[in-house]
Design a protein. Structure first.
Length: 94
């Protein structure tokens, strides 16, 4: 699958899941995060690790990357080019 196709699929999922029937007329303005932009990591009580990125100019939307089974490393995007493109568009990633 090409990079552009993956990005289009992720953007479609964001629109489908994040839209929730809201239109531009009734959408609330983006809220700036209470945390500074950057990379965040941690461990859950189960021992699983997590990774998140908050962009400099967050657009108020968080994209949850569900990587499924396989590699047991924390990921918030399928690859670095996709991560960078989403962050440049203002999406926070988990």
């Amino acid at each position: 699958m090409r990079w552009g196709t993956r990005l289009t699929a992720m953007a479609g999922a964001v629109a489908l899941l994040g839209g929730g029937g809201m239109t531009a007329a009734n959408a609330a303005p983006p809220v700036q995060p209470d945390v500074p932009p950057g990379e965040y990591r941690g461990d859950l009580a189960s021992g699983a690790d997590w990774l998140a990125h908050v962009p400099q100019e967050w657009n108020g939307t968080v994209v949850l990357f569900a990587h499924g089974f396989g590699q047991l490393a924390a990921q918030d995007a399928p690859d670095e080019p996709t991560r960078q493109e989403l962050l440049e568009q203002g999406y926070a990633l988990v």
